[in-house]
Design a protein around this ligand. Structure first.
Ligand SMILES: [Zn+2]
Length: 340
């Protein structure tokens, strides 16, 4: 039994192991942290989406444990997915050989996003996507002998900070190239991140403090971080949720054997915005057919959503809420634009 040691653990057990096998985690960045996190999670039996645009070079080998000399000049996603499949052929691995941009945020779509990137822009993009979709993410960063980790998992009252609350734009970040990095510190934070990821997927109580560790001094700090009440990124989203999102009805049409969701009030959905967030299959000016997880959803611009193959009402409600929230936030943005 591949997972017998993990199942024997009282925190996991058979049921949770089955749960984990149905989850998918996106790992953004396959460098020193991401390559280790990916290996640990692949061995734990979790499906992965791997995103990285870079090739392996000789300076990576000091800390990127998944790669060897013969992998130099090959793309990290290709080598990582090949090796992870050799380690665990029972999990699904999807790869994207690209940089994350404002236009392809939907490639992050999964149960949890792990930030193993090395730049602020990418983290602001993950933050934006996470606020829109409510998909939680775990931020890590490491430099020299220091590292940080923070769980961006929102609570029901929306009182937890977003990335923008913590790091204002244009803060200056040093890079590994300039300052150097110890391979033990990236490996340490990767194992912490993988552990937090398991806990998040299994709905265990998550660490709500910012973890800051200096492996050289053996110092571990837990810092309380607060939501910035004036943060434009997340306070707007909260307002959107409270004021703008209306109720909707859910109906099973027997003739079509499909679920239909209609909003109570008139909405005009911005199909372009929705197209950016999910994988479009068919696009017309009046309706879109998009793929959400593995299900097809027909999105009419007058607000009706048709779910043909998804029968889970809770999931339908969640997707509908996400789509209507998206519609509302774009309306709100338009209003703000018009004011200025
Ligand atoms: Zn914020």
């Amino acid at each position: 039994m591949r997972y017998s040691r993990q199942i024997a653990l009282d925190k996991i057990g058979k049921k949770n192991q089955e749960k984990l096998s149905k989850k998918t985690i996106t790992i953004l960045g396959l460098g020193a942290i991401g390559s280790v996190t990916a290996e640990l999670l692949a061995r734990s039996g979790i499906n992965l989406i791997l995103i990285d645009h870079d090739k392996i070079d000789i300076t990576n080998l000091q800390r990127q444990l998944l790669y060897t000399e013969k992998d130099i000049n090959q793309y990290k996603v290709n080598i990582a997915s090949k090796k992870l499949k050799e380690i665990n052929s029972t999990i699904k691995i999807k790869t994207h050989k690209k940089c994350l941009t404002n236009k392809n945020l939907k490639i992050l779509n999964s149960d949890l996003i792990l930030d193993c990137s090395d730049n602020l822009e990418t983290r602001f993009l993950i933050n934006k996507y996470s606020l829109k979709t409510k998909i939680p993410w775990i931020h890590t960063a490491a430099l020299k002998t220091r590292t940080v980790l923070y769980n961006f998992i929102q609570n029901k009252n929306n009182t937890r900070p977003c990335f923008n609350c913590l790091y204002k734009k244009n803060s200056e970040f040093e890079t590994c190239e300039d300052s150097g990095i110890l391979n033990t510190v990236t490996t340490l934070i990767a194992t912490l991140q993988a552990t937090q990821a398991l806990k998040a997927l299994l709905n265990y109580k998550y660490e709500d403090k910012l973890l800051r560790i200096n492996i050289w001094d053996n110092s571990i700090e837990k810092l309380t971080v607060k939501k910035d009440k004036n943060c434009k990124t997340c306070t707007m989203d909260v307002k959107t949720k409270k004021i703008e999102v209306g109720k909707f009805t859910l109906k099973l049409c027997k003739t079509k054997s499909a679920y239909s969701v209609k909003p109570f009030r008139n909405v005009r959905l911005n199909l372009n915005e929705i197209k950016d967030m999910y994988e479009p299959i068919i696009e017309t000016p009046l309706l879109l057919i998009v793929k959400i997880k593995k299900y097809e959803v027909i999105v009419h611009n007058y607000g009706e959503l048709i779910f043909k193959d998804l029968k889970n009402e809770a999931m339908i409600k969640k997707i509908a809420k996400d789509i209507y929230t998206l519609a509302d936030s774009s309306k709100l943005k338009q209003k703000i634009k018009q004011k200025h």
